[in-house]
Design a binder for this molecule. Structure first.
Ligand code: GAP
Length: 438
């Protein structure tokens, strides 16, 4: 990583802490490696991102329904899905300091070797390390059953395939969407939230006829659909690319896989994956549960186990890359150029002076009316310049100031984050103007 790029990540980490986007997990106890807590602004941004995804995938589509499955599952489901035997990364250990690294990440290994620059580093032979996080359930000590926290959110969808077709009117091709937490005992968490041990995923399992041409068609369809979605969030075109997985790097369930990658400060990195899972999951669940997982075509009466084209995105990674992509330093200010639909606050309302009750009362009235429709921020600290600075740093698209003229003619100034232009509009126009501007 070059120094300027390294600086960019450090700046984002510092901005996230300073402005309440992301804090280290359990920080007052020295943290817990690979965990992060989202603060007031971060929680809003994350929620906006997930809501937009859900709207695009479920609300606006005829062919996708959503579920919200349990994180804890019967451990047999993880045997069936192949995670108990195959969900692993190759681990090597530094023989000098015993720190462990992933053998398939040569850059991280080289970086570590530089910390022992005066010595020749020797490594242990790679061994497979299973990433599933174990947990124990039951109230009697010694009789507790071991379960797994889900390593991917996919399994909760697959085991409900029959429930969904029996309880809805979906017909193949159709998808099942889900958003939720996943847990992995990552060997080397790092890159801020990029590789965490607890993170969130947004996935659609899209079930199709088991047919090569259909598989190709839908795989290409979802690749483009997801790329277009990320571009619609305001990512620069040159920041994103596709990368096909080589034969030896595909997950055990995938017959083809393509990642959408982001040009990050530490090189091109995966944002999300599109995976051709074919009938791997349903067939294995049929085998391990003894339950029929086939689908009967209502028109042809044909019965088959469908194939699954999966789109799987990381919420935390998408958010981290959004922050990196929208970060700008301009003259004297730092701005997050987040699109209106993602910005934590859509507008901020200020009374020009904090010690003038009539200005504060008017501003509060406007704030209370706007908050019914939009997430809005209130700020009466310091001077207007400082307030603009603070709102620019969290990406608030508009700032509304109530001044003495407001009391006379019922107008306010509205200041645009990106152009910094200010204009006067009537109080009654603020809400419609925000809607138009977004
Ligand atoms: N169901 C398929 C699946 O889980 P994956 O490529 O292992 O596939 C999908 O994960 C996405 O989940 C990744 O593209 C990434 O965005 C996110 N992800 C995976 N591991 C992660 C981690 N340790 N920390 C943060 N995000 C992670």
């Amino acid at each position: 990583m070059t120094t300027s790029n390294q600086n960019l990540l450090e700046k984002i980490v510092s901005l996230c802490k300073r402005r309440g986007f992301v804090f280290p997990g359990s920080e007052i106890y020295g943290g817990l490696r690979g965990t992060w807590d989202y603060g007031p602004t971060g929680a809003l941004l994350k929620k906006n991102l997930k809501d937009l995804w859900w709207k695009d995938m479920v609300q606006l589509r005829d062919d996708v329904v959503g579920v919200d499955a349990a994180i804890m599952m019967n451990p047999k489901a993880w045997e069936a899905s192949g995670h108990v035997t195959s969900f692993s990364d190759p681990l090597v250990e530094c023989k000098i300091c015993h720190q462990r690294f992933r053998a398939d990440k040569p850059d991280e290994i080289k970086e570590h070797e530089q910390t022992h620059a005066d010595k020749k580093v020797e490594w242990t032979e790679p061994r497979q390390f299973n990433l599933l996080v174990k947990a124990y359930l039951g109230v009697i000590e010694g009789e507790q059953g071991q379960i797994f926290l889900r390593g991917e959110i996919t399994n909760g969808v697959q085991v409900n395939f029959k429930n969904v077709i029996d309880s809805t009117r979906v017909k193949i091709p159709f998808g099942i969407a889900q958003i939720g937490k996943a847990f992995r005992n990552e060997i080397t968490p790092g890159g801020f939230t990029y590789r965490s041990r607890e993170f969130e995923q947004m996935e659609v399992q899209y079930y199709i006829k088991p047919d090569e041409a259909e598989g190709k068609k839908w795989f290409e369809y979802w690749k483009q659909n997801r790329m277009d979605w990320y571009l619609s969030l305001g990512f620069k075109k040159e920041s994103l690319r596709f990368r096909d997985h080589a034969d030896d790097e595909r997950a055990h369930y995938a017959r083809a896989a393509t990642d959408i990658e982001y040009n990050s400060p530490w090189g091109w990195q995966e944002v999300m994956g599109i995976h051709h899972r074919a009938d791997w999951d349903l067939r294995r669940h049929q085998e391990f549960s003894g339950q029929d997982m086939s689908y009967r075509d209502p028109e042809t009466n044909e019965s088959y186990i469908p194939w699954d084209i999966e789109t799987s995105a990381g919420v935390d990674r998408s958010m981290l890359f959004l922050l990196l992509d929208s970060y700008r330093e301009e003259d004297e200010r730092v701005v997050l150029k987040l699109p209106f639909k993602l910005a934590p606050y859509k507008a901020a309302v200020f009374p020009l002076l904090k010690n003038k009750p009539e200005l504060v009362a008017k501003a509060k009235e406007i704030f209370d009316s706007l908050r019914k429709e939009f997430m809005v921020a209130w700020d009466d600290r310091g001077n207007i310049g400082k307030r603009y600075y603070a709102q620019d740093e969290i990406g608030t698209p508009y700032c509304i100031t109530v001044d003495f003229q407001t009391l006379e003619d019922g107008t306010v100034t509205i200041r645009d984050r990106d152009t910094m232009a200010q204009e006067r509009i009537g109080i009654q126009e603020i809400a419609s103007s925000l809607k138009e501007r977004k």
